[in-house]
Write a protein that binds this ligand. Structure first.
Ligand code: CLF
Ligand code: SF4
Length: 520
């Protein structure tokens, strides 16, 4: 609250700018491909499209708001918010917030001052780190003093870093002016339902104004506050993303309705994430056997909502102290002990120079993709298929099969290559030898894919993948992903057309639920 008063001046200036941006969002009527669906979210895909420049400027280097940016830019979280004011059945307070984190990983909690130091240390080491998010391990707005103090310190010390916030939304309406005052341009609200009857199956209680509410009453209070907060934010031109956890049999069908409700209130992006639920997490859902969705169930729901608004499909359900590109986690390099010993050299100019190089790389990538796409022009085929890609970032096929901790998944069709998700896997290579058990989990994770693109692969896994009907492709090592995928797809279509191969549909794949198994 104190912070809010201190920043009234900023709020007034900020709101004038935000008002213009809001108008731009309102004026933006979709990508020109969706028949005027009003989807204001092309920025989450590749390139600016017809997104207004002022919005593009906000999303173009935010790894969560732009799928294309997530190959190049990193985010970091600081775990300054330990308390929570609601209980979700998929969360165990011993672990990070499951809304914005992978359950099963305990964070180091920081004071705002430690957090500011950490941000400078990371910004000096990782010049492509552009966004600071506060996402737990509890709810940032259940810890408003710590959250806003952190934003205040970082805005002063590292003015080029975007501020981002993720909340369950219960107290959001009380903090909207403060959020705007700190120029927090990106807010995520986790909204799992707009029907309190369904909400009662997800939330056993909420704690509001010194009182505990349970059942339908609790869920009604929560949904009303979430939707009000969303409306208030979008009125001020703050870009809002809605996260929803897909819980089969509980809210899976209902999420289409949630999608409509949040779109009509101006949400910019909808991120439907799979429930991660295993008994070892100690959550209500984990213990009562509630399953998460399969890969194809998740994709089908995301596809069905995509006509309404753009879907985020590259979320990694990060931990509350995550650092790095979305698919990697460098948090272990930045523990408090290590930060204290680090030489911090936060230099705006060198960060800018590095990011300019990244932009050049992005332009080259888009040009390569366009060139390859023109080779597909005139191809007539209904075939759509998935391929998995091993990458360390920069939009390149630059990871060995055995070193991949995740695979990115692209859908290929005559329209081109579209990012549709990722699959986390256990490392196949365990310090010099291949782990057969891990290979089985990798195959289950990408079982719906026709091919897997890698920088390199050994003979054994190659043979096993082929046996499972997944073609290992290493001929495009260190080349751009989309360009290579399109080139491979063209040759696949040629082989189908000539009768050399027959196109067969693949089955479903598993989304991993348990703790990661990695080499020490
Ligand atoms: Fe963090 Fe969230 Fe901001 Fe991103 S994460 S607060 S919007 S900077 Fe991103 Fe991580 Fe998914 Fe969140 S991948 S869990 S959506
Ligand atoms: Fe856990 Fe986050 Fe839900 Fe709170 S809002 S119970 S921290 S998942």
């Amino acid at each position: 609250m104190q912070a809010s008063a201190q920043h009234e001046g900023i709020a007034a200036n900020g709101n004038a700018k935000l008002g213009e941006v809001m108008q731009a969002i309102a004026d933006h009527k979709g990508c020109g491909t969706s028949g005027g669906s009003g989807k204001a979210s092309c920025g989450s895909g590749a390139g600016q499209g017809d997104l207004p420049t002022e919005i593009w400027e906000k999303v173009k280097n935010h790894p969560c708001y732009s799928e294309e940016a997530h190959h190049h830019y990193a985010r970091m979280h600081v775990a300054v918010a330990p308390a929570c004011n609601i209980q979700c059945n998929y969360c165990n307070r011993k672990y990070d917030c499951a809304n914005e984190s992978r359950p099963g990983v305990v964070s180091e909690k920081l004071t705002p001052e430690q957090a500011a130091k950490k941000v400078l240390a990371v910004a000096s080491t990782i010049p492509q780190m552009t966004v600071l998010g506060i996402a737990g391990p509890g709810d940032p707005l259940a810890n408003p003093e710590k959250t806003f103090k952190t934003f205040e310190l970082i805005a002063k010390a590292a003015p080029d870093i975007k501020l981002c916030l993720s909340t369950n939304g219960l107290t959001l309406p009380d903090h909207v002016d403060t959020i705007a005052g700190f120029n927090v341009d990106h807010v995520t609200i986790t909204i799992n339902m707009v029907d309190p009857e369904i909400g009662a199956k997800i939330y056993p209680w909420v704690f509001w104004k010194h009182k505990r509410y349970t059942g339908v009453e609790a869920a009604k209070l929560l949904t009303d506050r979430q939707l009000l907060g969303l409306e208030m934010l979008t009125e001020r031109g703050i870009l809002c993303k809605v996260n929803s956890v897909m819980i089969p049999g509980v809210n899976d069908k209902h999420l289409v309705e949630v999608n409509k409700a949040v779109k009509s209130r101006g949400a910019f992006l909808h991120n439907i994430m799979p429930l991660i639920s295993a008994p070892e997490h100690g959550t209500v859902f984990g213990l009562n056997g509630q399953r998460g969705p399969t890969a194809q169930e998740l994709k089908a729901l995301q596809d069905s909502c995509e006509g309404e608004m753009n879907m985020m499909r590259h979320c990694r359900q990060c931990r509350a102290d995550a650092v790095g590109l979305l698919g990697e986690d460098r948090s272990a390099e930045f523990t408090t002990d290590k930060i204290m010993e680090m030489e911090v050299n936060y230099d705006l100019e060198s960060r800018k120079a590095y990011q300019e190089k990244v932009e050049e790389e992005r332009v080259a990538k888009v040009a390569a993709k366009q060139e390859e796409l023109s080779a597909l022009a005139g191809e007539m085929s209904d075939i759509k298929l998935l391929v998995a890609v091993a990458t360390k970032g920069s939009g390149l096929i630059n990871e060995h099969f055995g070193h991949a901790k995740e695979f990115q998944v692209y859908e290929l069709s005559t329209a081109g290559a579209k990012f549709v998700g990722h699959r986390r896997v256990d490392l196949y290579c365990q310090g010099g030898f291949g782990d057969e058990e891990s290979l089985e989990t990798v195959i289950r994770a990408i079982n719906d894919c026709h091919a897997v693109f890698v920088a390199k692969i050994g003979g054994c896994p190659k043979a096993d993948l082929q046996k499972a009907g997944i073609e290992p492709v290493d001929q495009y090592a260190h080349e751009f992903i989309e360009k290579s995928a399109i080139a491979w797809f063209k040759s696949y279509l040629d082989k189908v057309n000539s009768g050399e191969i027959e196109h067969v549909e693949r089955g479903d794949a598993e989304i991993r639920q348990g703790a990661l198994i990695t080499a020490a």
